[in-house]
Design a protein around this ligand. Structure first.
Ligand SMILES: [Zn+2]
Length: 541
């Protein structure tokens, strides 16, 4: 530990009561303070504080202690700069991590003391907020929610409310009457609270949520037309295969089939021989000696109408869960899709409940057959993008699409003409948002109503419910992007504290806005001269 004894160098001090300077030292005492560490060693500062006698006879303050501004506060056991450093550590890292960092820096402090620093620091005031953004955050998912308020002009969170209800938000707005614009998600608690607390404020619906709602409506529409989506995909694939000159190949026969066919051929040869010998009026016994076929078999063969096939000519196989999917698997196999796991996934979607091993075993025969190996390898068939309603809903609102997407949507429009209508409505709505032109909204809503597509009609009706806010959302520059970022920061802080922090601690850490790094500040403000200390130091290691 380093102990530094310090004495103020000033020869006089000013009375805090009457502001008269005095040089008359009455007595002195030491104050012991912890300071920032020196080369990793803890520093104990022993400051000799002089007590002066006031020269003003009428002053009620007869004796006063000298002040050393900027160094420490009354009753504190740490210097101001140490407290500030620890407060920054506490805000940035919280209790446990803060203690570890402080320890690494050579500062000895406990977790509770660190958190107490936060709790004792003053809450920053909201100030005069003009454009307010409001959104909820979850304290405990599906259980309890809070409210975050962000000043969109100052880019900072201004307050945190422990709940999510109309009254508390309205009360907050009443207490902060500078608010002119309230941006929030669509409808619900906050728009109600804003109507109560700031009746003259302009409400702005969030553009991102508007687009999301539109996307949901389109997705519902597309889900109803899933057959058209599939048909368009199939046609696109067919066209691509034809264009690429890809020739699907029949899978070669398996070893099992080949051996079965060979057996049948041998048996057929025997049968023909038996029939020929019978034509020469030989007895069964003679034929048996000649051909090596048993008398019973010869008798059965000659009684039959023709060559009796084994098992009806089809290789006997026990029924399998895969039977229903065999034709599909063969089709995919000939198209060139030969990954058993992928094939398994595909038929699982169609309802297959067996194991992936069964599929692997099933197609192994096709893969293993010798003739397959001898054939020259073929380039794989062209792969096409898969279009799901969720992605397609987004694509339909885009003004610029790449070639593949354009072709697919063209094909889809051929399958179902309503898609064209939806695309027109969606891209115009998105364009309206990009142009910040809410004036076109009414005309757009009329068009949506006239389309008579239930999903679009219902979306347009929903817009009509909070028309003013939607219009403002389409026209104004404000959006909820910032608050989403702030809520992410809140989640990070919450998780850093392992969900054990109380609301007050979380509130303070969320509202804390870190000062810009000193290096950066100096570059911006021009170099400021180092502050001169009014104390002279003598070291007593
Ligand atoms: Zn005085």
């Amino acid at each position: 530990m380093v102990i530094i004894e310090a004495v103020a160098s000033a020869t006089s001090a000013t009375c805090p009561e009457c502001s008269l300077p005095s040089r008359h030292v009455h007595s002195h005492r030491y104050r012991t303070l912890s300071d920032l560490p020196w080369f990793g060693l803890a520093v104990r500062l022993m400051v000799r504080i002089r007590h002066f006698r006031c020269r003003n006879e009428h002053c009620p303050q007869q004796i006063f202690a000298e002040q050393i501004p900027g160094t420490f506060e009354a009753f504190s056991r740490r210097t101001k700069r140490l407290n500030e450093a620890l407060l920054t550590v506490a805000y940035e890292l919280g209790g446990k991590a803060g203690v570890r960092v402080a320890d690494a820096l050579g500062i000895d402090i406990g977790r509770d003391s660190l958190l107490r620093l936060i709790q004792r620091s003053p809450l920053p005031s909201a100030g005069a907020v003009r454009v307010l953004s409001v959104d909820d955050w979850c304290w405990k998912k599906r259980h309890s929610y809070g409210t975050m308020l962000v000043d969109l002009e100052q880019h900072r969170p201004v307050d945190l409310l422990p709940d999510r209800n109309v009254d508390s938000f309205a009360r907050w707005l009443t207490a902060h009457d500078s608010v002119e614009v309230v941006a929030s998600d669509r409808g619900g608690t906050y728009s109600e609270g804003a109507s109560t607390g700031a009746p003259h404020g302009i409400q702005v619906a969030d553009r991102f949520h508007l687009l999301t709602n539109l996307g949901t409506a389109i997705e519902q529409f597309l889900n109803k037309h899933h057959r058209d989506l599939r048909a368009a995909s199939a046609k696109m694939r067919q066209a691509a295969i034809e264009a690429s000159g890809y020739q699907p190949r029949e899978p070669a026969k398996t070893k099992l089939v080949l051996s079965q066919e060979a057996k049948r051929d041998r048996r057929k040869a025997k049968y023909d021989q038996v029939v020929a010998l019978a034509g020469q009026n030989l007895t069964y016994k003679q034929i048996a000696v000649e051909t090596g076929v048993s008398v019973d078999t010869i008798s059965r063969w000659l009684r039959a109408d023709g060559f009796p096939e084994w098992g009806g000519g089809v290789p006997v196989r026990r029924p399998s869960k895969l039977d229903r999917y065999e034709s599909y698997l063969r089709k995919r196999w000939t198209e060139g899709y030969r990954n058993a796991t992928e094939l398994y996934k595909e038929i699982t979607k169609q309802g297959y409940v067996g194991s992936p091993q069964m599929v692997r075993y099933f197609v192994r025969g096709w893969r293993e057959s010798q003739s397959n190996k001898r054939l020259p390898s073929q380039p794989p068939p062209p792969r096409l993008r898969e279009y799901l309603p969720h992605h397609l809903a987004w694509l339909l609102s885009q003004s610029e699409l790449d070639d593949d997407d354009t072709k697919y949507i063209e094909q889809l429009c051929e399958e179902c003409a309503d898609v064209r209508t939806v695309q027109g409505l969606a891209s115009d709505f998105a364009q309206m948002i990009r142009d910040r032109d809410g004036e076109r909204l009414s005309a757009w809503m009329d068009r949506a109503q006239q389309s008579e597509l239930p999903e679009m009609v219902s979306f347009a009706r929903g817009l009509g419910k909070d028309l003013a806010a939607v219009k403002a959302g389409l026209s104004s520059e404000w959006s909820q992007g910032q608050i989403e970022g702030q809520i992410n920061r809140l989640k990070l802080l919450k998780r850093q504290m392992y969900g054990r922090a109380g609301f007050e601690l979380l509130q303070r850490r969320v509202l804390y806005s870190p000062a810009r790094p000193r290096r950066h500040r100096r570059q911006c403000a021009g170099s400021s001269p180092p502050t001169t200390s009014g104390t002279e130091h003598s070291k007593r290691a």
